[in-house]
Design a protein around this ligand. Structure first.
Ligand SMILES: [Zn+2]
Length: 99
């Protein structure tokens, strides 16, 4: 993994970690905004999410990042999100009203 990529993937363990801030921004702002745009424009759910993500990543390719490194990084991040989702689901317990 190149030096630039390490900078994008590694948390610096500070209270002011830029990677944590980027993740927070996506969760609190980008995801709700994209969902609202999809609804407002009558796009299929997640159409903008998927194509937006691919478009953003293609901008990295245009800037000279290697596609295979982007794919490795994306797989790692998705793996981490899946673990996080599974943990959150486990902590939340069974769905409300299912008892
Ligand atoms: Zn961090």
């Amino acid at each position: 993994m190149t030096k630039n990529f390490k900078k994008l993937m590694q948390h610096d363990k500070s209270d002011d970690c830029p990677i944590c801030h980027a993740e927070d921004l996506v969760t609190t702002t980008l995801i709700p905004a994209v969902a609202a745009w999809e609804i407002a424009n009558d796009f299929p759910q997640f159409s903008l999410a998927l194509h937006g993500a691919a478009g953003l990543l293609s901008a990295m390719i245009e800037e000279g990042y290697k596609r295979d490194e982007i794919e490795v990084a994306l797989k790692k991040l998705l793996d981490e999100f899946e673990v996080s989702i599974a943990n959150n689901t486990a902590m939340a317990g069974p769905p409300q009203g299912s008892a």
